[in-house]
Design a protein around this ligand. Structure first.
Ligand code: ATP
Ligand code: LTN
Length: 328
């Protein structure tokens, strides 16, 4: 049997080029070599308040985008996390083997808990649920962006701890990062990672942004006080634009240097904007086709869930047995 791949994305905000270059592009690429399951993690989204009607709409929109970027339901299972109840069940079992200290150390937890006065305890449990998403399918490989590396390390620790307490139950998964584009930065704030939930209209390029919006956002991107590209001294903003271009066009380091060394920032931005527009055009076209077909997305999600439920239920049964929980 082919090794299994699992990854997830939250249905919050609009998926952007950081999500695409850090994770989604890889998902589409590796689905032909592995048994792949891709998950819209709505239970993770509600760790912070979401408007119910908006969340519902975002789940379908995201499913449409995932199909449009090339997730092929005849090769991969595309699922919504809450439609496979066993994720939440396994998360409880894993919660019980996870020391609180491990969760308090997570940088995402620290950032989220410092930003708000009162938070739901789900914000702390977030990485345990993520571990459940992965371990429940015995996934060997998890393709994500760099910001998820710490959560993946925690998943490995949880799997190893469970295995050593209760006997070999879970595959210990490996993180798969892209070589270029693992951490795309905000266009307006190149010190911060591009994020769906960040405020500011110039922060992220959404995968569904029309060409004139993409152009405007990239032309306004923060650079530095140099006039033109110098690979030795370029600041974070310029390095980010170069990374976006390289990841979209798959240029080699050498080709990138030849093309951009000494190029004025105005021209750099125009070149990057046109490359992004060209890469997103076929995705947007497919998105329009997919969403025009009534009922297609709902069908794909239902078939996906049906296909993976037996795998998830098997693992839960195995984990219950290992822990001595009642399994008739
Ligand atoms: P939010 O801001 O709501 O947390 P997000 O933009 O961080 O959203 P997620 O749904 O948390 O998006 O992440 C989906 C995938 O995209 C993950 O694999 C994550 O590592 C990757 N990813 C997110 N942001 C970036 C980025 N700026 N660069 C590269 N990869 C990213
Ligand atoms: N926490 C992840 C989303 C996520 C995920 C997963 C990623 C939830 N479950 C399982 C990989 C595997 C994020 O991108 N913020």
């Amino acid at each position: 049997m082919r090794p299994r791949v699992l990854s997830g994305i939250q249905p919050t905000g609009s998926p952007h080029i950081g999500n695409y270059l850090g994770a989604l592009k890889n998902w589409a690429k590796i689905q032909y070599d592995y048994d792949s399951i891709y998950c819209i993690v709505d239970l993770h989204a509600v760790t912070v308040y979401q408007d119910p009607a908006e969340l519902r709409a975002k789940i379908e929109e995201l499913a449409g985008v995932l199909l449009a970027i090339g997730i092929d339901p005849t090769h991969s299972s595309l699922i919504v996390q809450s439609s496979v109840a066993a994720h939440a069940e396994l998360a409880w079992m894993l919660t019980c083997v996870t020391p609180i200290g491990w969760l308090e150390r997570m940088t995402q937890f620290k950032a989220k808990s410092e930003a708000q006065e009162s938070i739901g305890s789900g914000v702390m449990q977030y990485p345990v649920l993520m571990a459940a998403d992965i371990l429940i399918y015995q996934a060997a490989i998890v393709p994500v962006g760099d910001d998820q590396s710490q959560h993946l390390e925690l998943t490995r620790d949880i799997a190893q701890r469970f295995n050593s307490l209760y006997g070999d139950t879970f595959v210990v998964p490996e993180t798969r990062l892209p070589t270029v584009g693992a951490r795309i930065m905000g266009l307006d704030e190149p010190e911060k990672k591009m994020s769906k939930s960040a405020a500011g209209s110039g922060h992220a390029v959404s995968l569904l942004d029309p060409p004139d919006v993409i152009r405007k956002k990239i032309l306004r991107a923060t650079t530095d006080s140099n006039p033109a590209v110098d690979f030795e001294t370029a600041g974070a903003g310029v390095r980010n634009l170069l990374a976006i271009f390289q990841a979209f066009t798959e240029s080699t380091d050498e080709a990138l240097r030849t093309q951009f060394s000494g190029m004025r920032y105005g021209d750099l931005k125009k070149t990057v904007a046109e490359a992004v527009i060209a890469a997103l055009e076929p995705i947007q076209k497919r998105y329009r086709e997919i969403t025009a077909e009534t009922g297609y997305i709902a069908r794909v999600l239902e078939e996906g869930a049906e296909k993976v439920r037996p795998i998830a239920n098997d693992t839960v049964k195995k984990a219950k047995r290992a822990m001595g929980l009642y399994t008739p």
